[in-house]
Design a protein around this ligand. Structure first.
Ligand SMILES: Nc1ncnc2c1ncn2[C@@H]1O[C@H](COP(=O)(O)OP(=O)(O)OP(=O)(O)O)[C@@H](O)[C@H]1O
Ligand SMILES: Nc1nc2c(ncn2[C@@H]2O[C@H](COP(=O)(O)O)[C@@H](O)[C@H]2O)c(=O)[nH]1
Length: 200
């Protein structure tokens, strides 16, 4: 008998407090792993300088976003410091069906919903070396008003309460080291016997 196996794509969730470096680490990881697909989220927040519609986010009005919810176009969605964020369903499902890995960079409420729908997903929580580093990173990014910065740091404290629900905690002290750790996780996950599917 000839045994042949294949693997389906991994759905990878990366969460962690605002400013920890999820976007930076995911971008660096995609440079290393060109086959890794990235889920572009929909949001109602305003674009930051340099952000492009369809690349960083699909920027929506609240009415458009609520219509996406009604149409069941989102795998998950959440309200985070006053704006909606959600993961468009079709791209994720099509990518996984094609056997490719896909990464979703989302906050914890959304991650819970994804865990319900995709229990085999790989859930990674990125942490900064310290809360002072976190504050400095958000400040240096220059994206937030003082009140938005404080709201995001407040949300970070809540998000830490959910850390034990994740499979892996990765420290983002240096971007390339954080990438090494995430890459090691993905390599191990790809080798798990329970992920192998015997081909017909
Ligand atoms: N390891 C690191 N060391 C120092 N600075 C970092 C590191 N990783 C990311 N940064 C910087 O921290 C800032 C926040 O990073 P980034 O925007 O990737 O965070 P994020 O977690 O995606 O934030 P948000 O959830 O708010 O979108 C950026 O200015 C980035 O250059
Ligand atoms: N539940 C979801 N959270 C998302 C999604 N896309 C991004 N995010 C998270 O929102 C916060 C704020 O992001 P920012 O770009 O305004 O700084 C951050 O934690 C993101 O990871 C999503 O589709 N669903």
């Amino acid at each position: 008998m000839k045994a042949e196996y294949h693997q389906s794509g991994l759905l990878i969730v990366v969460s962690g407090p605002s400013g920890v470096g999820k976007g930076t680490v995911c971008t660096a990881l995609r440079k290393r792993l060109p086959n890794l697909a990235y889920s572009v989220s929909a949001t109602t927040r305003q674009p930051r300088a340099g952000e492009r519609d369809g690349v960083n986010y699909f920027f929506k009005t609240r009415a458009e976003f609520e219509q996406m919810i009604q149409n069941d176009e989102l795998i998950e969605w959440a309200e985070y410091v006053g704006n909606y964020y959600g993961t468009p369903r079709k791209y994720v499902e099509d990518t996984l069906a094609s056997g490719k890995d896909i990464v979703l960079e989302i906050e914890v409420q959304g991650a819970y919903q994804v865990k319900e729908a995709f229990p085999d997903g790989v859930f990674i929580f990125l942490v900064p070396p310290s809360m002072d580093d976190l504050r400095t990173r958000i400040l240096h990014r220059g994206s937030e008003t003082t009140s938005s910065l404080e709201n995001r740091l407040g949300a970070a404290k809540d998000e830490y309460q959910h850390i034990h629900r994740y499979d892996y905690v990765v420290i983002n002290d240096e971007v390339q080291k954080a990438c090494d750790r995430v890459e090691a996780v993905l390599l191990a996950e790809h080798c798990r016997a329970d992920r192998l599917v015997m081909s017909e």
